[in-house]
Design a protein around this ligand. Structure first.
Ligand SMILES: Nc1ncnc2c1ncn2[C@@H]1O[C@H](COP(=O)(O)OP(=O)(O)OP(=O)(O)O)[C@@H](O)[C@H]1O
Length: 472
């Protein structure tokens, strides 16, 4: 009898640990190709010996540095930004050696975890030197092909996933199908709905937004479909509902997941038959309204629990548009900050020029549960209250700066544990002082960050030739 192979959990764990060992060290050590691996923020977490040789760099100088600051390797930067497989070529200064590069994104549980770059030296014969052409250019062109029209220009993003999502929204604007826009609160669902309307041939007609969660269930029907005079206590005058107001245009049913069951039946009817009656009225009113719905709820779960009609769910979910949360597109944080600084400086007469490096780091590590709205509100508060032109770490709320402080300590120990050759204490001291001086720009501030006096920093900076020794 054939025995099935069963891998127990503990065995599997052993496998996993083994794999991690591989990744942390020896798998790539003896390869001919240079290898560089980054984490999801673009910090270098691994380079092998071949990489050190090809680029004449030491791992101590490059580990934990951002690929944006380490070296001008546009191929990996482009691979990181687009989170796509990219091949390219770098020319060395002699022109006789090129380096073929293949960058691949690393995903775990559908989440972007960083990139791995493979670098292979390619010695050219002299007649080949002229022919070298970088496929990086081609990739850039492909990237530019993601063309969004001006209706989407207020939706600021650098993220490839977000741009692809907006492209779906733009395509949806060309038809009248129902669109279900999903995403956590503050991810921009309202903005996307407006852009779909503005980009459609209904743009001259009204765009009407109804927050289904904010209106008491008893009033929602009259809000949506209107009522006749005297149809219920308080119905003093005839009222035109939102659907009639939106005739020829678009209606956004925001927080659709909170719509009461009775209203869901009525909504289904209007989607199917395109007609309704006002509350207390007999007249059948036909209207031509494009329906967009938005929610931050898990509608599938609501359907399973019997809180949302399955037939309505399918009617609404004809074109799904899923907006990623800000923590899943952290590459958007810098561009959003720049955008909000510019916009809010104008609005409230602020003079902020930017964010200190540590603030940017802190923003990067924070989870932003309120997404872009939370970031925008915080930027407004900082612009109003900040004493400096560059917003400093001590000015941001402690729940965000704390995240930064713990991450720095953690990343230092992770970085050290991945080093193959442990640096001497002196080498380590030299590097950390260099980093602190680059970041804080003065002996005083660097000393404060490292917990020593400015005199100690100054003396050590001279000892390690980080700054020039004074004569005499
Ligand atoms: N990509 C973006 N670029 C610029 N501003 C943005 C972006 N995304 C969101 N915002 C801003 O964030 C705020 C929230 O956006 P919006 O109301 O569209 O989010 P939402 O997902 O509909 O939120 P909710 O579910 O709470 O209604 C708005 O002030 C909007 O201007």
């Amino acid at each position: 009898m054939k025995m099935a192979r069963v891998t127990s959990i503990t065995e599997r764990q052993k496998h996993d640990n083994h794999r991690i060992d591989f990744l942390n060290g020896y798998l790539f050590d003896n390869m001919i190709d240079g290898i560089l691996i980054t984490d999801d923020r673009g910090s270098v977490i691994y380079i092998n010996d071949a990489y050190e040789k090809i680029f004449s760099v030491s791992n101590i100088a490059i580990l934990n540095r951002s690929i944006f600051e380490v070296k001008n390797d546009e191929v990996i930067i482009n691979g990181f930004k687009t989170q796509k497989k990219i091949i390219g070529r770098l020319n060395c200064s002699t022109g006789r050696i090129t380096i073929n590069i293949a960058i691949s994104p690393i995903y775990k549980d559908k989440k972007f975890k960083g990139v791995i770059g493979i670098y292979r030296e390619n010695k050219l014969k002299s007649n080949e030197v002229e022919k070298v052409e970088s496929s990086f250019e081609k990739n850039l062109k492909a990237e530019r092909c993601i063309n969004l029209n001006c209706c989407f220009e207020n939706i600021i993003t650098d993220s490839h996933i977000m741009k692809s999502t907006l492209l779906i929204a733009q395509k949806a604007s060309m038809v009248s199908s129902t669109v279900l826009i999903r995403g956590e609160s503050g991810t921009g669902k309202g903005m996307v709905a407006k852009a779909i309307h503005d980009s459609s041939n209904r743009k001259e007609a009204p765009f009407i937004k109804v927050n289904c969660g904010a209106i008491p269930p008893t009033l929602l029907e009259s809000e949506l479909f209107g009522h006749e005079q005297g149809s219920f206590t308080g119905a003093i005058k005839k009222k035109i509902g939102k659907f009639e107001q939106a005739n020829g245009g678009t209606i956004l049913l925001d927080e659709i997941g909170d719509m009461p069951m009775e209203m869901q039946v009525k909504l289904l009817r209007i989607i199917q038959e395109k007609e309704f009656q006002r509350v207390g009225g007999n007249e059948t009113i036909r209207c031509d309204v494009r329906i967009l719905a938005a929610t931050n709820k898990n509608l599938e779960e609501q359907v399973e629990k019997g809180r949302f009609r399955e037939d309505l769910y399918y009617r609404l979910n004809v074109i799904p548009v899923q907006l990623p949360s800000l923590r899943d597109r952290k590459e958007d944080i810098p561009i959003l900050c720049r955008y909000f600084i510019q916009k809010l400086n104008k609005k409230i007469g602020g003079k902020i020029k930017g964010l200190a490096d540590e603030v940017q780091e802190a923003f990067y590590h924070y989870d932003w549960p309120g997404n872009v709205r939370e970031l925008e509100n915080l930027m407004e508060r900082l612009i109003v209250l900040s004493e400096e032109e560059i917003i400093q770490l001590h000015e941001i709320p402690t729940y965000i700066s704390q995240v930064y402080n713990t991450t720095i300590v953690n990343s230092m120990s992770v970085g050290l544990s991945t080093l193959r050759n442990i640096p001497t204490l002196e080498e380590y001291e030299k590097e950390i002082i260099k980093v602190a001086l680059q970041r804080f720009k003065s002996f005083n501030a660097a000393g404060k960050a490292l917990g020593v006096t400015h005199k100690t920093i100054a003396a050590k900076a001279r000892k390690y030739n980080i700054v020039e020794k004074r004569e005499g």
